[in-house]
Write a protein that binds this ligand. Structure first.
Ligand SMILES: [Zn+2]
Ligand SMILES: [Zn+2]
Length: 535
């Protein structure tokens, strides 16, 4: 997740405020992971949040930040702010929004000037920022690629990046996602042309699954539909929302009456329909998952229908996606995915080495800091910068890059306390916490036994119990239960009368006794929760 603090003079701003989603198989009930903002709380002042674009890993944690810093002004481009407003409305939070436009300079905090820089990415209106700090110009690329024929015609602002390079840039922070890939990223337009070709001659319904925020891809899908005289149905909440936002802003071009409601879809012959939906990652509650299981109320897929998964698979989602494809094939659908098809069904929104090198050459920074990637990607990007003659500093979460005017930059490792907050509901305020997560992990692996015991408060003698109540424990039959009861009584008997008035010691003895009914070396011992009542 992306969340970078920039401090200059008395000003302190945040560039992006993203969240992460846990891996579905290890989620333990956690739905979102947000940054821990305690550094900002301690620092006590936040002048502004600058957003580069509307992807979740850049804006998703904004509702949580604004709960702690409600007055902070939020800066972003049109589409980014539209996405953010929608998100904040869901949380019932307002904010002071400020629309930014490439080339138009603005000021935040105590005279900290910034300028948005137009960059192509897989969502409309993505920008980088040039920040005029006390230590010189800092350029942050945001997520970018260099697409020479973008669907919306908005090119990388090469001239402006080159001008900034001429002025002298103290530090360039650049997107490292594809730093391990040679060459350049194919244009979004090529994907569009490929989709039009694939759709030609299909007799059944066409279903295209993609990231809903990739409005350029949605535009390409609409072109493919128009070319085949098909009507378009959007399915899934995020697809409907993003298409609505893009329509409101005039970011999609299409003839009138192209869209039809899902309720009306059943009245059209299969060859007249193109269905746009989310779920290309195998998400279990997505529209595509419901189509695959035949559970959608108005659209039923049949043999002869074509499903195009127009996205790459995020690592960790492979199994879920494979299951989804199985279900679709069972229904008789043909499925094309980026891994199985020779056609170009997807392209990345991030620069490969060729484009990253060009960015470094345009800016020629004094210091280069690779951002947005796992460590090996940052390291690969740093190597690339070194080859280009720049001086790289690889910073990880919590590290601080210190820039001084006319002096070499330095890295302070773990200068700032950073952490993650694990939230088990999107609207949650409380961190589940590492301890609770460990307990959940343990409960999932072993189950739990409650051991209830009533003791005489004077003598410490057992009045009732121990009684055992198990959930999710394997091998919990009557003989095991009575053995566990017996062993816990024996453990209690080892305590002296004085020790038996100590709650902590009694609980520990009960826990030890019950657990010893399971062989340590051969079985998984359940979590035991002793409950001691004195009478
Ligand atoms: Zn992005
Ligand atoms: Zn990103």
């Amino acid at each position: 997740m992306n969340c970078m603090v920039v401090e200059s003079g008395k000003s302190r701003i945040l560039v992006d405020c993203g969240l992460m989603f846990p891996n579905a198989e290890q989620a333990l009930g956690v739905e979102v992971i947000t940054p821990d903002f305690s550094y900002l709380q301690k620092a006590g002042r936040l002048d502004a949040v600058l957003l580069t674009h509307g992807h979740e890993d850049h804006v998703g944690a904004l509702p949580y930040l604004l709960r702690e810093f409600p007055q902070t002004p939020v800066y972003g481009t049109r589409f980014t702010l539209a996405v953010v407003k929608e998100k904040l409305a869901e949380h019932g939070i307002g904010a002071s929004f400020n629309e930014v436009v490439p080339h138009r300079r603005a000021e935040v905090g105590e005279h900290l000037e910034f300028e948005p820089l137009q960059v192509p990415h897989s969502i409309p209106d993505a920008v980088g920022y040039a920040l005029s700090t006390d230590a010189g110009l800092v350029v942050h690329t945001g997520d970018f690629k260099i697409d020479w024929s973008p669907v919306d015609g908005k090119l990388l602002d090469v001239r402006r990046f080159a001008e900034l390079g001429e002025q002298g840039v103290a530090c360039l922070l650049s997107d490292s996602t594809n730093a391990e890939r040679e060459g350049t990223t194919p244009s979004e337009r090529e994907v569009g042309e490929s989709l039009v070709r694939i759709c030609a001659g299909v007799r059944g319904r066409i279903v295209m699954a993609m990231f809903a925020s990739n409005v350029h891809r949605v535009q390409s899908a609409l072109r493919a539909a128009v070319a085949q005289n098909r009507k378009v149905v959007t399915l899934g909440r995020s697809m409907e929302t993003n298409v609505r936002l893009a329509l409101d802003l005039g970011y999609l071009q299409f003839p009138p009456d192209l869209f039809v409601d899902p309720e009306a879809a059943a009245h059209f012959p299969p060859r007249d329909l193109l269905i746009l939906c989310t779920g290309a990652q195998g998400e279990p509650r997505s529209a595509l998952a419901r189509l695959a299981l035949g559970e959608h109320p108005t659209v039923q897929l049949e043999p002869g229908d074509l499903v195009i998964l127009s996205s790459s698979v995020i690592p960790g989602n492979e199994r879920a996606l494979a299951n989804l494809i199985d279900h679709l094939v069972r229904r008789g659908c043909q499925v094309l995915s980026a891994t199985s098809s020779a056609q170009l069904l997807h392209t990345s929104g991030h620069a490969c080495q060729g484009e990253q090198r060009m960015m470094i050459d345009l800016i020629r920074p004094r210091t280069f800091v690779p951002i947005h990637g796992e460590y090996r990607m940052l390291a690969a990007h740093a190597r690339l910068a070194e080859q280009a003659g720049a001086r790289p500093l690889v910073a990880e979460d919590g590290d601080a890059v210190e820039l001084r005017a006319n002096e070499a930059a330095s890295l302070r490792t773990q200068a700032v306390s950073v952490g993650r907050r694990y939230l088990d509901a999107r609207g949650a305020l409380a961190d589940v916490g590492e301890v609770a997560l460990r307990d959940r992990q343990l409960l999932a692996e072993t189950g739990m036994l409650v051991c209830l015991c009533v003791l005489d408060h004077k003598s410490g003698e057992v009045v009732r119990g121990p009684e055992l109540l198990g959930k999710g424990v394997a091998g919990l039959d009557e003989s095991r239960l009575s053995r566990a009861r017996q062993l816990s009584l024996e453990a209690l008997a080892e305590l002296s009368p004085a020790q038996r008035t100590d709650h902590g010691l009694v609980e520990e003895a009960l826990r030890r006794g019950v657990r010893s009914a399971w062989s340590k070396s051969l079985e998984k011992r359940p979590m035991v929760m002793p409950v001691v009542i004195e009478m």
